[in-house]
Design a protein around this ligand. Structure first.
Ligand code: ZN
Length: 305
């Protein structure tokens, strides 16, 4: 009798400690931000993926930079829980966040801000050999792409959306003019974790498309900072805190000040692009994007939005 009781206890303890696995068992790219909340952090500023466990299944945020990352995320999910991925929320429609949809959907329902599907479809039509080229980059990539299917989001929302899954609440905010055609910040109010998308990137110069504005980025930063998150997981770069928004604000203030001084001197955009330097931020990655930043500051200063 006594032996049996001990055996039951050992089995029970074994069961309790094996689920969920500890973050260190999941490889060096997985960080834990509290009970059941993880991020797969992309190497060298490749995109990040949120993995959130709930009592009713898994919610992912983005699908990994490359399909090889998507497969690694799926492996981590399988180690954490036998439950299916129920929802996948896109922070943006660009391929480095969405190519891996096919790894998770079905079972996952994909949710994105309005315009995401159109953005994805346009790119798929404009670059029809994108997947073949990606598969040719390495044998591992070719294997990871097996079964590839173009899958746009099944659900699009316009301004805000609240998703309730199990014990958790996800608040989605559509941020406009900050990076892509459809950017979403995802806020977990009880856990105080924010997935902030790519309006601000950590330790990296951001890219500006013609429809992206510094004023919209700063407004998005204010909105996200006001949520008072404990952890901030950006679309790219190391997870951090609201320091991300403070750093971005300071950077843009200095950039706009320098560009404004040159505009006052009557310089052309070409000259300003050559002359404005930001040595304080020389350590940030992707310095080649600086001309797009100067262009955005010039548009702001000259009010040509
Ligand atoms: Zn992007």
């Amino acid at each position: 009798m006594r032996i049996k009781a001990v055996a039951v206890l050992v089995t029970l303890v074994g069961f309790l400690t094996s689920a969920p696995a500890f973050a260190q068992d999941l490889g060096p790219q997985i960080m834990k931000f509290g009970d059941g909340i993880y991020a797969y952090v992309g190497k060298n500023f490749k995109s990040n993926t949120g993995i959130i466990l709930t009592q009713d299944g898994v919610v992912l945020i983005d699908s990994g930079h490359d399909p090889t990352d998507s497969r690694a995320v799926m492996d981590a999910v399988k180690k954490l829980t036998p439950m299916p991925v129920r929802f996948l929320i896109d922070t943006e429609p660009h391929p480095d966040h969405t190519t891996g949809h096919f790894v998770f959907s079905p079972s996952a329902t994909i949710i994105a801000a309005a315009g995401a599907g159109e953005s994805m479809r346009n790119r798929e039509n404009q670059v029809p050999d994108r997947i073949a080229k990606l598969a040719a980059t390495s044998p591992a990539m070719k294997t990871a792409l097996e079964g590839y299917k173009f899958i746009p989001p099944q659900v699009e929302y316009s301004e805000r959306m609240t998703l309730y899954v199990g014990e958790r609440t996800f608040e989605l905010r559509h941020m406009k003019g900050v990076h892509s055609e459809a950017d979403t910040a995802i806020w977990l109010p009880k856990e105080r974790v924010l997935f902030s998308a790519s309006a601000f990137v950590s330790e990296q110069v951001n890219i500006f498309r013609p429809f992206v504005n510094i004023s919209d980025i700063l407004a998005a930063g204010k909105m996200m900072k006001a949520l008072n998150p404990e952890h901030v997981v950006p679309g790219h770069g190391p997870p951090t805190t609201t320091k991300l928004f403070d750093d971005g604000e300071k950077y843009y203030a200095l950039l706009v000040e320098r560009v404004a001084a040159k505009v006052k001197e009557g310089k052309s955009l070409d000259d300003i692009t050559k002359e404005v330097k930001m040595p304080e931020y020389a350590s940030w990655a992707s310095q080649d994007r600086m001309p797009t930043n100067i262009d955005a500051a010039y548009r702001m200063v000259t009010a040509k939005k």
